[in-house]
Structures are given as C-alpha cells and as structure tokens.
Design a protein around this ligand. Sequence first.
Ligand code: ZN
Ligand code: ZN
Length: 170
Amino acid sequence: MNSDNSSGTQRTRGTDGTTLDIVVDDTSTLPHGLVRLRSGVIAVTHVYCPNGHNLVDENSDARFNGYPGISLKIKGEEEEGIVIVSPIHGDDTRFGANDFTPGEVTTVCCPVCDVELPLVQDCGCTTHSKLVGLYLDPELVEGSQVVMCNAWGCLRSRITDRFQIISKLD
Ligand SMILES: [Zn+2]
Ligand SMILES: [Zn+2]
C-alpha cells in the first residue's frame, strides 16, 4: 500500500479491516466491474438499489483491503442504522450500526432512497429470513445481482451474472 496520500485527506488505516490480499488477477476479466483477487475471492466495485443508487461510495473512508464498502440501511426489531459491509465476497467485516442480535431478521434498505431491497427467495437459516437482492448494473438487470440474507450474521450470499453463479457462500 502506498503510504503517501495524494488526495490530501488522510485515511485512517484502522478502518481497513480485512487481511485478504489485494492483488488483482488480471488473467480473468469479469463483467459488471467485478474484480477477482489473487486469492480467488471476488470484489464488487459498484452495486445498485432498485432505484439505481450506487451503494458503493468510492470516497468512503470505510475500506476493505483498499476497496470501498457497500452501504446499507438495516432496520431491525428495535434499532436501525447504516451498516457498511465488505465488497469482498466472503469477508464478514463490517462497520457501522451493530445493535442487532445474531439471526435477527432485518429489513435491508437503500440508505439514499430508503427503498426495501427486493426479496429473492427464502434463506432457510432462520424462520422468515430471506435473501434480498442488489443489482450489479445501473440498468437493474434481474439475475445479475448480489444477493444476501437479511438475517443478521448470516453469510449466505451469492453473486450472479445472468443467473449464473460467479461466487457463492452457503
Ligand atoms: Zn436507492
Ligand atoms: Zn440466512
């Protein structure tokens, strides 16, 4: 990592929580701005709500191995807040609101327009938990999505390109 910071704003290294290697495997090209790290895991560089808001803020200080996180508004039974999850698939690092209990079914919303992310299917990890979807393209193409569970702490998720699984975590 470059210790100089040309942008002038000093990033706090402490907000970069992951330990996965950042090296990009440039032998394979992936659609939708997806990046494959040399360790094999996939990172998302942009992802959209059903109204087309990009939930990856490139200028965010919440970084995961250098990649900006995905901002979500999580509404639990008693608390709600902004949670920034890792854009690196399989990395369970997150920042922000934390007042939820493991397995608690939450409502996952866009932090910009507050729209609830569409339900894709049951997850099965707990009663009423569902997989909810974000879109990889600003055109909101169904099947080219990041899908994740709305139960707090459940890591079941997948990244799909035209319904084909690129990366999956069960
Ligand atoms: Zn939105
Ligand atoms: Zn689940």
